[in-house]
Design a protein. Structure first.
Length: 139
């Protein structure tokens, strides 16, 4: 291949990153298969598809009120595993952006529910709960 010069270090790093991402998905699948719980995986963006990193995400079981929280990654991603089957609400809250909430997310045993959420945050008023329109795609 005349004229093409490969930077093998970059190629190997990209291949390694691909394997690491695949290994993470396999670990989630194994965790789901090992118990009767389900998972919610999502990506949080603003209305312009800009990922929202460092935002606190809380998932709450609508029947029991049990909740757990995490922080979004650099690409706006979040993952909750080991959730009891049922309906959940996902709430994102940021000191700078306020709060957004999405309800009626169904979690089934042994399955991952994916949620792509674009949120329009509203500035939080002290002592009040703000609800924002949050269209979602569940697969």
């Amino acid at each position: 291949m005349a004229g093409i010069q490969w930077n093998w270090t970059k190629v190997l790093v990209l291949v390694a990153l691909g394997f690491a991402a695949g290994a993470a998905r396999i670990a989630v699948a194994q965790a789901l298969a090992a118990n009767t719980g389900g998972a919610i995986a999502g990506r949080l963006t603003d209305l312009h598809s800009v990922p929202l990193a460092g935002v606190t995400v809380v998932v709450r079981n609508e029947a029991t009120g049990a909740e757990t929280r995490t922080t979004t990654s650099g690409n706006g991603g979040y993952l909750f595993v080991g959730l009891d089957p049922g309906q959940y609400a996902v709430e994102a809250q940021s000191e700078q952006l306020g709060r957004g909430r999405l309800e009626g997310i169904f979690v089934a045993a042994g399955h991952e529910t994916r949620v792509q959420t674009a949120m329009e945050f509203q500035v939080a008023i002290p002592g009040s709960i703000q609800t924002a329109y949050t269209p979602a795609i569940q697969t």
